[in-house]
Design a protein around this ligand. Structure first.
Ligand code: NAP
Length: 255
């Protein structure tokens, strides 16, 4: 029973039967200031979200479905907290455009809801200014559909920003032949290596190299529960942040 003085925020979880979605349902159910009003799976009609008078959707579905879900929420004046990966500049741009027609609606797209992962991205941007070399190794369970991870892509962008601010050029690399792609993907000029292995959840290593030294930042999510405090923060804050916010740090006072 809800005993809080304020009216609980009405939440619908999309992808409710999935690994993240089921954990999010448990977390929302356990929070006194939130009410889980709809659990939506792949074959369910989104109209059920509107019928349940949800104020916030939490999207933890698949890259192929997430943009349509968010567009639907914006059209219906419902805030969206999005953990699903696979977003790019084009899809984010289309959401920004849709939000012009619904200026009161907030959308949070967070590549990683774990507080330590958000801090790793911020620390990486700071460290990037001081090191010639930087590479990212992201490691996930083998059922993950996309590579590299959204977190790694955002970390690469943060490192690139740090390097630009310091006037650093390309990372040194004399490789001339790499027929098997051993140097990994290159995102924003930063090499990213994706490992998929049984037993892992979500892990990231950011490795910086300078003359005679190395700095390693590492974050490990051992359990999906590590994402829940960030998801709950997103649900509680999204209405106060109209427009599109990319990254949970937009709701955190990191400066
Ligand atoms: P998952 O176990 O495969 O769950 C996805 C769920 O979405 C499945 O139950 C799937 O149903 C359902 N689904 C598919 N299309 C749908 C639709 N149109 N409407 C509603 N539900 C739909 O995957 P997961 O491990 O939970 O991950 C979900 C997403 O979150 C992935 O993109 C993953 O990369 C991301 N993720 C984000 C964070 C973060 O912190 N931001 C952390 C971990 C994971 P079926 O089983 O019927 O296909």
């Amino acid at each position: 029973m809800n005993t809080s003085a304020t009216t609980p925020i009405r939440v619908a979880v999309l992808g409710a039967g999935g690994r993240m979605g089921s954990e999010a349902c448990r977390a929302v159910d356990a929070a006194e200031d939130l009410e889980l009003v709809a659990r939506i799976g792949r074959d369910d009609d989104l109209q059920a979200v509107a019928d349940a008078r949800a104020q916030v959707i939490v999207d933890l579905t698949v890259p192929a479905a997430t943009e349509a879900n968010v567009q639907w929420a914006v059209e219906h004046g419902i805030h969206a907290v999005v953990g699903t990966t696979g977003w790019d500049d084009d899809s984010r741009g289309r959401v920004r455009e849709a939000l012009h027609g619904a200026p009161e609606v907030g959308v949070l797209i967070a590549p990683n809801f774990a507080i330590g992962a958000v801090l790793t991205m911020r620390f990486a941007e700071i460290a990037a200014r001081y090191y010639d070399s930087a590479e990212i190794i992201e490691m996930h369970h083998p059922r993950k559909l996309d590579a590299p991870s959204g977190t790694a892509t955002h970390t690469a962008a943060a490192i690139a920003r740090g390097r630009r601010a310091a006037g650093l050029g390309p990372v040194p690399d004399a490789t001339e032949q790499d027929p098997h792609g051993a140097r990994g993907a290159v995102v924003d000029g930063i090499h990213v290596h994706a490992v998929r292995q049984q037993g892992l959840v979500a892990h990231e290593v950011v490795q910086f190299g300078g003359t005679g030294e190395q700095l390693t930042l590492r974050h490990d999510s051992f359990d999906r529960i590590s994402f829940m405090s960030g998801i709950l923060l997103g649900i509680r804050e999204v209405a106060a942040h109209p427009g599109l916010t990319v990254g949970l740090d937009g709701y955190m006072d990191l400066d």
